[in-house]
Design a protein around this ligand. Sequence first.
Ligand SMILES: NC(=O)c1ccc[n+]([C@@H]2O[C@H](COP(=O)([O-])OP(=O)(O)OC[C@H]3O[C@@H](n4cnc5c(N)ncnc54)[C@H](O)[C@@H]3O)[C@@H](O)[C@H]2O)c1
Length: 253
Amino acid sequence: MKEIGFKGRLAVITGAASGMGLYATKEFVRLGAKVIMCDVNAEALAGAAALIGPEAIPVAGDVRKYSYAEEVARVARENGGADYLIPFAGGFEARVCKSNVPFYEQPIEVIDWGIDVNLKGAVYFSRALMPQMVAKKYGVIVLVGSVTGFEGDGIGAMYGTAKSGLFNFVKGLAIAGAPHGVRAVCVTPGPVLTRPGMAGMPTLLGRAAELPELVDVILFMCSDNASFITGSNHVVDGGRLCMYQPVQPLKQQ
Ligand SMILES: NC(=O)c1ccc[n+]([C@@H]2O[C@H](COP(=O)([O-])OP(=O)(O)OC[C@H]3O[C@@H](n4cnc5c(N)ncnc54)[C@H](O)[C@@H]3O)[C@@H](O)[C@H]2O)c1
């Protein structure tokens, strides 16, 4: 296997102020890349970027706005053009919007959040940044799915709907990118320990993933070791989807 390194490369990472996006940013910088860090939490983003150093360039904004994706694309152009895009920004709308009610009672703002951040955010950033990759004849987009995209959820119904949308979107990106040397891959996690609540989710291995167990796969997908991988969805879930899971009745708190 070739040694993984990203010297001279530029990565754009959304959801970079916390969790896997922040960890991936640190790893890309450690491996030689510059990273444009994108997140709606401007304060956390600025703090994280300052700790990482000058190779981390924070640009705060809301991925639901296409004008933000265009602004990030402009900054990417000034830095030589994007080589990698990983749109991590996302989340389970019922948790993020603190609205733990069944789908049929969800306020429309919560439904919009679930679709717009998880699906449209990835679409907007891909649309804005892919031309730079096409021009370079090089680039990799790694979408971040979720096992909920296979399972569904009666409370956060848009989360799984949006994530399963990414399973198809990756194919469109791969087909569009292949003639231009641009690959697209979806990596689909089971539970990851970005917050303590994930520890209790069932997997065949009896635990949730540590952050490197997901981010290392994403780094591999960006590397030239994965040069024949495009258009496919890669589940990294500790065997969760192998398990028989009867649908649970809705649990309202
Ligand atoms: N943690 C898990 O167990 C798990 C499992 C499956 C999939 N995923 C997916 O992985 C990705 C990262 O998960 P995580 O647990 O590291 O997340 P996290 O909650 O730690 O980080 C998400 C980041 O996205 C940012 N964000 C939210 N809305 C935004 C917006 N509108 N514009 C810009 N930024 C916004 C947040 O501020 C936050 O910093 C998500 O897409 C998530 O759905 C996570």
